[in-house]
Ligand binder design. Structure first.
Ligand code: CAO
Length: 416
């Protein structure tokens, strides 16, 4: 089966997580992604949080599948020459270096555009160009704090809290992938490449859109009716942390199930959808709540929503999270078990769909990774292992027209 991005050549000048997550996605869909890494060390994640001595760490292998690896010192004249040749033959260059690093290397946008006017140059930075923090180096949690996620996550009596989901890193990579694909379509119309830039702060803000909604509602009316602080607690003038509240028009909470005393994940998420109130009452064996004026409408329920959740927890006390969901699904109630990473790793449905895949690796044996979350009717992304450092250097140099002797010289000058 041919892949839609086949024939698109990408210089993958990325490291750590935000950039690699973007280029990995494009590689799954068929692009030839050439990971350019510093000779000797490579992407820092190759050696970060190692679980097997001297083998590439999972941090690297899980973000760099389906790519080729070229070692290249782009600060030597010989290395620069190789990169220039590559730039002339490529469609996209993706980078997530610290602000100014590519310019200091001599590869400004103007220079890249001069070398190849069709090239799309895609960058991730912590903050957008011109922002008063645009000189900062940024990692995941910095972006979550600057993007409004931390101030609105956690419990109201605790500090701002970051999420385990990579809202700053992988999320920014996904935004960049959309930008690159858009620029590729644009190039089809104009024949020209362009600069595509995504900041980690902006990408987090984009996901915190509903919190900006809430800020404006709070400014206008002084309270937020779906937050646990309403109606008994206090609101200040900023969107508060709402614990596990539903956040939309549907109240919800994480509720204890059988075994919660010893199992940290014996919980379900339970949502009270307005029009599902009747089935909820039936499922819980509380048919009298259906017509009781204290319970019949969402507005009537809100003042004692936590008493309702407590009643549901009593009902859950003798049911595992799986048993509970199996009952509740029959009543069309939106709910799910709280799953541990161990349960996710072993979930047969996730294995069958290709969301969790086991892939071979030359040094590690096989490892688990997350496959494509995007499913197509005409494409089944095949996930391959990540490349070893410099595994494809000679092959890529030969494709660029270098002879065996020239390749040997590049090796001896330590440029590759
Ligand atoms: N050959 C020669 N030099 C290379 C090279 C290569 N193949 N690859 C990288 N380098 C050089 C860079 O040119 C840079 O040199 P100068 O500082 O002399 O200009 C140097 O390596 C270090 O790059 P860096 O500053 O990007 O790396 P860092 O470890 O200090 O910072 C990070 C890491 C992530 C904080 C920073 O890159 C950054 O802020 N990136 C943008 C935001 C981002 O993507 N963050 C998310 C990372 S995922 O959590």
């Amino acid at each position: 089966m041919s892949k839609p991005l086949e024939g698109i050549k990408i210089i993958d000048f990325t490291h750590v997580q935000a950039g690699p997550a973007c280029t990995q996605l494009l590689a799954w869909f068929g692009a030839d992604v050439i990971k350019v890494e510093r000779p000797g060390s490579g992407d820092v994640t190759r050696s970060q949080l190692r679980d097997i001595p001297d083998a590439d760490a999972l941090y690297f292998t899980m973000l760099n599948s389906n790519k080729r690896s070229l070692t290249l010192d782009t600060k030597t004249p010989e290395g620069k020459e190789v990169l220039e040749k590559l730039v002339k033959e490529s469609d996209v260059l993706v980078e997530n270096f610290a602000p100014g690093a590519l310019d200091r290397m001599g590869f400004t946008w103007e220079r890249l555009n001069e070398l190849n006017p069709k090239l799309i140059v895609a960058s991730v930075k912590g903050f957008s160009d011109g922002h008063h923090y645009d000189d900062l180096k940024v990692y995941e949690n910095v972006a979550q704090c600057a993007g409004g996620a931390a101030s609105t996550t956690g419990f109201w009596d605790g500090p701002p809290t970051v999420s385990a989901a990579a809202l700053g890193d992988s999320n920014t990579g996904m935004h960049l992938a959309i930008g690159i694909l858009t620029a590729l379509i644009g190039r089809g119309q104009t024949g020209r490449g362009q600069k595509v830039a995504v900041s980690m702060q902006d990408s987090v803000i984009n996901l915190c859109r509903v919190k900006l909604r809430d800020q404006q509602r709070l400014d206008r009316v002084g309270y937020l009716e779906e937050y646990p602080q309403y109606p008994h607690g206090e609101f200040s003038d900023v969107v508060p942390r709402g614990g596990n509240a539903g956040g939309g028009g549907q109240p919800g909470w994480v509720l204890k199930c059988k075994g919660w005393e010893t199992d940290p994940n014996a919980y379900i998420y339970f949502t009270i959808q307005g029009h599902a109130w009747e089935p909820i009452c039936r499922a819980l064996g509380k048919p009298e709540w259906i017509s009781d004026p204290n319970y019949a409408t969402a507005q009537a329920r809100q003042p004692h929503i936590f008493d309702i959740f407590a009643t549901i927890e009593e009902w859950l006390a003798d049911k595992t999270k799986y048993e509970a969901v199996d009952i509740l699904r029959k009543f069309d109630i939106p709910c799910a078990p709280v799953l541990s990473m161990k349960e996710i790793a072993n979930d047969p449905s996730l294995r069958a769909s290709g969301t969790i895949v086991e892939v071979p690796h030359k040094e590690r044996g096989s490892y688990l990774t997350v496959g494509s979350p995007i499913k197509f009717s005409g494409l089944k992304p095949e996930i391959t292992g990540s490349p070893l450092l410099g595994e494809h250097t000679d092959e890529i140099l030969a494709e660029l027209g270098y002879s065996k002797d020239q390749i040997a010289n590049l090796h001896s000058s330590r440029s590759v």
